[in-house]
Design a protein around this ligand. Structure first.
Ligand code: ADP
Ligand code: G6P
Length: 470
């Protein structure tokens, strides 16, 4: 069997028990711990001086190969083009897109440099699976160095409609680079359709849909395949964690502080794509319109800061501090804080247990590739007395979780109504919705995601002659 090489910017931390907050690290870690292989990417270190060196570390069946970035590369490739240009564009925030030609050059240069670092570690029959928007030029860079292995790409975030992508000045170079992969994976059918639309209408390529399996794309003198592979989780593992966590001291103490009040739970990285401002306002609207909930429901928002050295993230943090303070000031009582707004990471077990203890999971991103939190929320529930998921129609997960209360995350009244419906939903309806969703999560778990992608990457198309590059 071929060895699997995972390449991503963010690599799960090597020393602690689990991966960092972020769907990519969580999903890839779950997928790789069974197959084994190598995970190559950024160490998370930014070097003030010196030449970055690859660090190799074995953990179980996985070899972690990580490397630091020098300051200029971090600024141009990570903070700059990846997170100030691509992230807002791909999340439909054209208003937040910043573009600097030097950052784009840095992005390309770092991709070429990372590819160069990986080449000596590669074997002839390795299968290379590249993840996410930081590494769009990676296959092109490997090919330029003579690598003939199969190379696949999975995009964890949405792929934007052409009219939005056109706002990114080098859009054509990006899509051309994507066409150097053998297989492209997207989270949902709408993402795949947006990519195909660009290929046909902007790049004047061809798309041939298959009755079953990936579509064939012909563009930029390349033939490749593309399909939607919605990422999953291990729902039964989360359920176990939730049960065990609920017995833990932290969760029991927290529960005692609720004094039988109902609990609404949200967990997100503190990102402007997550719709937290609208979410806070909809909770406020609920308290305005349904006074019976005042002092009878608590909303816990866990939001660890992310990309904290970027303006857009500093702005959203300030805005949320203002909103939570304002709403708490309006409604709080001596013995009740309506919104508990917390900026820290918790162990997966604690989060899962909090999900299980809550009555509503409140997951309302403005745009999200998948949103694993929505899937984790459902998995953590007690089958006999499950909570209700309120889910944005703009999360990839909404394509699968039809048992959720689906909301438009900018419709404040609609979200307030969904909260009220969720809090009052009879047990029989909650159970029926839960059964429907958990069945779907079990059917499309993270190993199904991985196996489907790797099957399509390894099969089909002309066989490449694998070559060890050095
Ligand atoms: P994104 O990839 O945009 O961060 P997802 O919902 O897909 O969003 O994935 C987030 C992952 O990070 C989930 O697995 C979630 O449990 C985890 N996570 C989010 N916030 C925290 C936190 N405060 N502590 C620990 N894990 C977190
Ligand atoms: C999302 C992205 C990942 C990223 C994660 C955390 O899940 O899809 O690629 O790793 O956010 O963001 P960070 O910038 O800390 O890696």
């Amino acid at each position: 069997m071929s060895r699997l090489i995972i390449v991503s910017n963010r690599v799960a931390p090597i020393s602690e028990g689990g991966p960092a907050a972020g769907g990519l690290a969580v999903g890839v870690y779950d997928a790789l711990k069974e197959t084994g292989g190598m995970w190559f990417g950024w160490s998370g270190d930014v070097l003030a001086s010196g030449q970055p060196q690859i660090q190799l570390e074995e953990r179980g069946p996985v070899t972690f190969a990580t490397i630091g970035l020098v300051r200029r590369d971090y600024d141009q490739y990570y903070r700059g083009f990846s997170n100030a240009t691509l992230w807002p564009a791909f999340h439909y925030r054209a208003d937040l897109i910043q573009y600097d030609r030097h950052d784009f050059e840095g992005y390309w240069r770092v991709n070429e440099w990372l590819a160069q670092q990986l080449v000596p570690l590669l074997r002839e029959d390795d299968v290379i699976w590249v993840h996410d928007y930081h590494l769009i030029p990676f296959a092109q860079a490997l090919r330029a160095q003579g690598v003939k292995n199969r190379i696949g790409f999975f995009l964890h975030i949405p792929f934007p409609a052409s009219q939005v992508l056109l706002a990114v000045p080098p859009h054509r170079l990006l899509v051309e680079a994507l066409c150097s992969f053998d297989l492209l994976g997207f989270q949902t059918e709408p993402d795949l359709r947006a990519f195909c639309d660009y290929v046909v209408n902007e790049a004047h390529g061809e798309v041939e849909h298959a009755a079953k399996g990936p579509s064939t794309i012909r563009a930029f003198e390349r033939t490749l395949r593309a399909a939607a592979y919605p990422i999953g989780i291990y729902p039964d593992e989360i359920a176990q964690l939730a049960k065990a966590g609920a017995r833990g001291k932290l969760v029991r103490t927290m529960k005692a502080t609720l004094h039988e009040r109902k609990l609404i739970m949200s967990v997100d990285r503190l990102d402007y794509s997550k719709g937290l401002v609208e979410r806070f306002r909809a909770f406020e609207r609920l308290l305005d319109h349904a006074p019976a909930y005042r002092n009878n429901v608590s909303f816990v928002q866990i939001a660890p800061p992310t990309r904290a050295d970027m303006h857009a993230y500093q702005d959203i943090r300030l805005q949320l501090e203002g909103e939570s303070g304002r709403i708490n000031g309006r409604f709080a009582e001596l013995d009740w804080t309506p919104i508990r707004y917390i900026h820290r990471q918790y162990e997966r077990q604690v989060l899962a247990a909090l999900f299980r203890e809550s009555h509503v999971g409140y997951v309302t991103p403005l745009r999200d590739g998948m949103n694993l939190v929505a899937k984790e929320y459902v998995s953590a529930q007690d089958p006999d007395d499950p909570g209700v998921l309120v889910l944005s129609c703009f999360a990839g997960a909404a394509q699968e979780l039809e048992g959720a209360l689906i909301v438009n995350p900018i419709d404040i009244d609609g979200m307030a109504e969904a909260l009220a419906t969720g809090l009052a939903m009879p047990a029989a309806e909650r159970r029926a919705r839960y059964r429907d969703m958990i069945a779907q999560l079990r059917e499309n778990n993270v190993s199904v995601w991985r196996d489907n992608f790797l099957r399509d990457l390894q099969g089909g198309g002309e066989k490449r002659r694998a070559m060890r590059a050095k």
